[in-house]
Design a protein around this ligand. Structure first.
Ligand SMILES: C[S@@+](CC[C@H](N)C(=O)[O-])C[C@H]1O[C@@H](n2cnc3c(N)ncnc32)[C@H](O)[C@@H]1O
Length: 179
């Protein structure tokens, strides 16, 4: 993809509201929409395994890391010169800031929540960005942000070491077995 910078995703949330299905969807969207890696705070190792199975069948090198200290991830990211972009309904309008984010020469750590997000995240973030100012979902916010950021180019990415490839079809499911 043309921008040449890496986007990693950090998903934070609380163990009490753990929702493996939506965490899996956050991972799948991050992978399919051009991010390189996701860090899941307090995540279930089964989610990592599910995504590794997807990589095995459908290719690519998307990585999943389970982390127990999301503040450290943010600290390390900033120390290495990257920027933090936090998606929240309370942030600035996506259309108003996406060009500034794109112009920033640094790699991007894109943070999404599961429910309530600590106030310090708003302060630590270089950009707090809203995908519309209505509450919806981290899965939707992630997809829209990445698609706007990459301008649709993410769907042209090549997935190496794949076992299967979809042949786009008007009707039915056509899948080519590669290996
Ligand atoms: C269930 S929502 C919680 C909504 C939360 N009040 C907020 O700050 O956006 C979980 C996550 O979805 C994302 N999200 C939901 N609505 C959003 C929106 N309109 N714009 C950007 N992100 C959104 C945020 O990352 C949020 O932490």
């Amino acid at each position: 993809m043309s921008s040449g910078k890496a986007i990693h995703v950090l998903r934070i949330g609380h163990r009490l509201v753990r929702d493996d299905r939506s965490t899996t969807h956050v991972c799948l969207v991050a992978r399919a929409f051009g991010a390189k890696k996701i860090y899941i705070f307090d995540g279930d190792p089964q989610v990592k395994k599910t995504i590794e199975d997807v990589n095995k069948r459908w290719g690519g090198e998307f990585e999943v890391g389970i982390v127990d200290d999301w503040r450290q991830i943010i600290k390390d990211w900033k120390r290495r010169g990257g920027i933090i972009v936090h998606l929240t309904m309370y942030g600035l309008r996506l259309d108003d800031v996406i060009d500034d984010v794109r112009k920033s020469s640094e790699n991007i750590l894109l943070v999404v929540g599961a429910e309530k997000v600590p106030k310090e995240l708003y302060i630590k973030s270089d950009f707090n960005i809203a995908v519309g100012s209505q509450p919806h979902s981290e899965v939707a916010a992630l997809a829209v942000f990445l698609d706007r950021f990459f301008r649709g180019e993410e769907f042209k990415q090549v997935y190496n070491h794949t076992q299967y490839r979809v042949i786009p079809s008007q009707k039915g499911k056509h899948v080519e077995k590669i290996t």
